[in-house]
Design a protein around this ligand. Structure first.
Ligand code: SF4
Ligand code: SF4
Length: 115
């Protein structure tokens, strides 16, 4: 499943550069599928919404860093474990029960993000 950042986040910024999918953003920042990926054209988000891959989407959080579940692969295909959770000093990167995914589904998402 995707990883999410809880409101315990202290906004240290340590996780953002560690994400292989550029799925992590500072609070209040618009995010796009194309940031750090090779996607072109349209893309289906986790909630089924179809967006232009380069469209700027509304921030998911404003007061803390946040993760786009449509871009998080739990680091599958890149690392042994979620890198954000590994570096977070307050352990606020946790599994997002809203988005339960199998390893196969996460690898498929990784393949879609990085053609
Ligand atoms: S688990 Fe990996 S892919 Fe997901 S947000 Fe954290 S660093 Fe990025
Ligand atoms: S490493 Fe943890 S505390 Fe720091 S910005 Fe990321 S989620 Fe927030």
């Amino acid at each position: 499943m995707a990883i999410k950042i809880t409101d315990e986040c202290i906004n240290c910024g340590a996780c953002e550069p560690e994400c292989p999918n550029n799925a992590i953003y500072e609070g209040g920042v618009e995010w796009a599928i194309t940031d750090g990926t090779s996607v072109k054209g349209t893309y289906v988000l986790m909630d089924g919404t179809i967006v232009e891959a380069d469209a700027k989407n509304a921030p998911i959080a404003t007061d803390t860093y946040f993760i786009s579940p449509s871009k998080c692969t739990e680091c599958q295909g890149f690392h042994e474990e979620p890198q954000c959770a590994s570096v977070c000093p307050v352990d606020c990167c946790i599994s997002d029960e809203m988005y339960v995914e199998t390893v196969e589904a996460l690898l498929e998402k990784k393949a879609k993000l990085h053609l």
